[in-house]
Ligand binder design. Sequence first.
Ligand code: 9MR
Length: 366
Amino acid sequence: MIYKKQNFPEIKVIQVVLILFLCTACKNSNQKTIEAAGLKNVSEFPIGTAVNINRLINDDRLMALQVSNFNSITATNDMKMQSILPAENQFNWKKADTILSFANKHNQRVFGHNLIWHSSTPKWVEEKGAKDSLWLDTFMKEYIHKYVGRYKGKVAGWDVVNEAFESSGDAYRKTFWYNNLGKEYIANAFRYAHEADPDAVLFYNDFNIERDTTKLHALLKMVDEFKAKGVPISGIGFQMNIRMDIPDEIIAYSLKKAAETGLQIHLSEVDIIFNTHNDERLGGIENYSVLTDEMKQAQGEKYKNLIKMYKEIVPKKQQFGITLWDFTDRDTWIIGFFNMKDWPSIYDDKLQPKPAYFGFLEGLKD
Ligand code: 9MR
């Protein structure tokens, strides 16, 4: 039967709807295909994420995303001193062992976070160490020897000392460790870790060093001193918990200066927030309470630029990898820690990929 199209306007509408539907389906399936490729598969260096291991293995959807995107894994809390040695002589290896067997099963590199950090030093160590600094130095040595030795050849690298400088400026942080052992505790921690596993890549890890050049230069001075004295440091970890308004130029400058040391460079705890804070727990300042499409796109660009800067500025042989600190807006530490809304991750709170995900992917491919 032949009919004149203009007599059936509803057919036109159906056609338009069909085309629109096909386009959307096609776009979604393109995105799905790209996503299915997984970040790790388009990267020349390891792509990692920090996780809570119990949450990960008890959540099939989260685990599927983790396994398809990442080939490096870090514990958000499970490998800190407070978890490993909560009470004297009571080593608790269970979660660290679970992380290792998970990583082994899924071909992932394990990164150790962290050996010495004032914020995760158990109370009992502080009480005993404050009374006896000789005991404290011996304790640190034995703890590092035992821990790093146990995972020798299995944990690829360690954040040996975390956040030993003040949040801003060039001063060493006056922590329990500093107050009782002096700044030499930092160099000693590296020496002990190296004795226990000479092949592990040993990092000094800190925040704000991508934006606070005074802090960055203090750290670089410490690296120079270490090199002069033969202290076995092999990497610098930029936590890289950044904000949308941190200028890319400053980040680029900092990466360049750090790369000039010749050490491995790890972006170790990446996320990108919109709001701000004072670096303290519960110190969030919430300027944005709603996430718009425009903000999502801008965040995608920021992720893309960050990955590109890392690739372009850090020489290939120094690219230890990029690690996200949690990878969904559902699980991110930011909201609870700073007590504010935000959307720092590459997946949203329903575990769907955001423009941030595709920006990250593009940055890796470019
Ligand atoms: O994500 C971690 C959060 O769950 C903990 O409450 C907090 C305190 O132990 O540590 C968070 O991880 C931190 C990391 O160990 C060091 N850099 C900053 C991270 C976010 O605070």
